[in-house]
Design a protein around this ligand. Structure first.
Ligand SMILES: [Zn+2]
Length: 445
């Protein structure tokens, strides 16, 4: 590695370590110190960052490296909050930010303080070099992604749109390597499912527990939820999922190809899932075959001898690209039954960025061909949601690409929101160099 490349990687490592040591567990988030740390770093490189609070303690930071304006801006973005960690289940304390076995440990190491650190190191480097690119390069470090983006990207796009408007946005959702059928692939997220969180409610006559009722709200809701568990929602084909699975299949040995391709087929796919030996990978693929609905919260009654008049369940619904919120609600109601009322608590539509139409996608493809020649890049569809929801709503084309190279024993899916989150120090350095290469080529046009 060249001397200045090494300095860049070391800068990103140091920032990632400092960020991990700031506890931004959401709720309550408290991202302000993390936003201020990054702002100080950007200021010292000669940039003019702004820290904005969307609510007390909820810090968002935005900085811009000015270009000639010949091309529209590129945005690098990362959320600064993390999900909670149960220290008792970790081998090293979740906010230690120490290095053990070649890895930097801590909550946020891969989701996604690494991306915040890499982005800020890159902006600082380019500012110090005094480059004058064809595009502005923007960084947005945002609050509150883990709880639905309200105090972060959604707030920023609603209230400070001019600061973050861009042609392309690079954020989370891909950039890591995965193993499918024994082969390594790098993901670039080009689509993600929508969200529809729903409260399902059964009502009935209340009564004394000593005399059971046929129309008990608790029993009717339980039956409906059990049906949802055993039946699930209908399967659908999706062009994004077909492209993702088709790309994987095309790089596998001939006998496996048609089998893997069939995984995208809504009728045959479910039965074919057994070709994937890993139960985690099976679940991930199954979730791409339709809208999904996971019951997560149940609520009814508070006295053993009183039959309550209301029973409620909260359901985490996810909408397949190509499907709408109305499609999802109709399917959910078909399974739960018309006597269960549905109330939407929060919903955001699916996001699709058409990869083939974009110069940035081709550029990432080109860079990855050089930096990871043995692991083909595939257009990934994410089951979850990201800040893409906000930034695409104001016109950005989103690519989930927070590059990190993981050894086979470390799986992104296990560490993402899991115990013992960590990032290999050399995998972070590889990611920093890779992202820098993509950014340079993109802003130089
Ligand atoms: Zn994340």
């Amino acid at each position: 590695m060249r001397q200045d490349d090494q300095e860049l990687s070391e800068h990103a490592f140091g920032l990632c370590q400092q960020l991990i040591r700031i506890d931004t567990t959401n709720p309550p988030g408290n991202e302000r110190p993390a936003a201020e740390l990054l702002a100080a770093e950007l200021s010292s490189a000669g940039l003019d960052p702004v820290v904005m609070q969307s609510a007390p303690g909820r810090g968002n930071v935005v900085a811009r490296l000015r270009g000639s304006g010949e091309l529209p801006p590129l945005l690098l973005t990362a959320h600064l909050d993390v999900v909670e960690a149960e220290p008792a289940s970790w081998e090293h304390p979740p906010f230690c930010g120490d290095v053990h076995d070649g890895c930097l440990w801590g909550r946020g190491a891969i989701d996604m303080k690494n991306m915040a650190a890499m982005s800020v190191a890159i902006l600082a480097r380019l500012a110090r070099e005094g480059v004058k690119p064809k595009r502005d390069l923007i960084f947005a470090g945002v609050a509150d992604e883990e709880a639905g983006c309200r105090h972060g990207s959604l707030w920023l796009c609603e209230n400070h749109r001019d600061l973050v408007q861009s042609e392309f946005a690079i954020g989370e959702g891909g950039g890591f390597n995965v193993q499918v059928a024994g082969k390594s692939f790098f993901t670039v997220q080009v689509a993600e499912k929508g969200v529809c969180w729903v409260r399902a409610r059964a009502t009935g006559e209340p009564g004394h527990g000593s005399m059971p009722r046929d129309d008990s709200a608790v029993v009717r809701l339980s039956e409906a939820i059990a049906r949802l568990g055993s039946q699930g929602l209908p399967r659908h084909a999706s062009a994004s999922v077909e492209a993702f699975i088709g790309a994987i299949a095309s790089h596998l040995p001939a006998p496996l190809r048609p089998v893997i391709k069939m995984l995208a087929n809504p009728t045959l796919g479910p039965a074919m899932l057994n070709v994937l030996p890993d139960p985690g990978v099976r679940r991930a693929f199954r979730a791409l075959l339709g809208n999904t609905a996971s019951p997560t919260v149940l609520r009814a009654g508070n006295k053993t001898n009183v039959i309550p008049g209301v029973a409620e369940a909260e359901i985490d619904g996810r909408i397949l690209p190509g499907q709408s919120r109305e499609d999802f609600l109709r399917e959910l109601s078909d399974v739960l039954g018309r006597d269960i009322d549905l109330e939407v608590m929060h919903s955001l539509p699916p996001v699709v960025t058409e990869p083939k139409e974009s110069s940035l996608y081709s550029l990432i493809h080109e860079v990855m061909g050089e930096r990871a020649p043995d692991a083909p890049m595939v257009p990934f569809v994410l089951q979850g949601f990201t800040d893409a929801k906000a930034f695409t709503s104001i016109g950005a084309k989103w690519y989930g690409f927070a590059p990190v190279k993981l050894p086979p024993e470390l799986r992104f899916a296990d560490m993402f929101h899991g115990h013992n989150e960590r990032i290999p120090v050399d995998g972070l350095a590889w990611g920093t160099q890779t992202l820098m290469e993509v950014v340079r080529r993109c802003i130089e046009g």
